[in-house]
Write a protein that binds this ligand. Sequence first.
Ligand code: GDP
Length: 300
Amino acid sequence: LARLRARLVKSNNVFGKSLLALLSQDKIDDDVWDEIEETLLMADLGTEPTLELVDRLKERVTVEGTQDTAKVKDMLHEELTALIDPSLDRRLSVTAEGRPAVMLVVGVNGVGKTTTVGKLARVLVAEDKSVTLGAADTFRAAAAEQLTTWGSRVGVPTVKSDTEGADPASVAFEAVSEGIENESDVVMIDTAGRLQNKANLMDELGKVKRVVEKKSEVDEVLLVLDATTGQNGLNQAKVFSEVVDVSGIVLTKLDGTARGGIVVAIQRQLGVPVKLIGLGEGADDLAPFETEKFVDALLE
Ligand code: GDP
């Protein structure tokens, strides 16, 4: 992932701009604090973290008796950083002893699962890892084809079923079997996400996991969330966490939103680390989540 590390969030950064504009005013009075609060809420930081941050910032500004914009800006940077738990382990499990590392990629349709699997495969291949993909999203007609296209572009095999609507669990099982046979380093399985029917989703995902576990441990369950859906993403995350042990979040479409605060809200409410962020539709538009860089980018 090293090559991608240099990439920063290029969002339509209304958030950082308006916050910094607010803090640059001659006098930071109650109206300004209210506006700061509103801006943070609009960015989907969540109510509790917002109140906490504004309180702490207010207190520091009062105690230190400063209206120096640069100092207040630094304080804002520090307080935002403090909201993101540094103890969360953001490393991806991409190695396993004597077998492929197995990764399930889950999430609601349209959030960017297939694209993320493709991008991540590319990153892993660039790191000299061998990868096998599994197209277990057998519900969406084009998904298997889309994944296969990514696979051939990156030069890795994709296991899929020829029949539409085939059992996703059996495709997942086949993918792991083939990964073991190929001596792949990583097997990544794209799944379907029909959240409209929660019972169905539970059954299907639960089964995929159980069946895969007949063959191998599951090392990573990545939940893909679309940053532009805001709090809705949080609700999705809760539902998925009830079905599978989510070990990491991929937050996609951060390139098209000023709602980057959702990164804070998700990690605080779920205690699950954001491991990767999606910054566009292109093959290179995936980056590891790094708190420092992320806060920098928020405040750009
Ligand atoms: P899936 O149904 O969850 O597998 O979603 P797809 O991978 O098919 O993605 C849905 C749409 O979102 C596609 O048009 C992708 O190109 C787009 N997409 C995925 N990730 C990103 C991202 O990080 N940024 C932007 N702007 N678009 C993305």
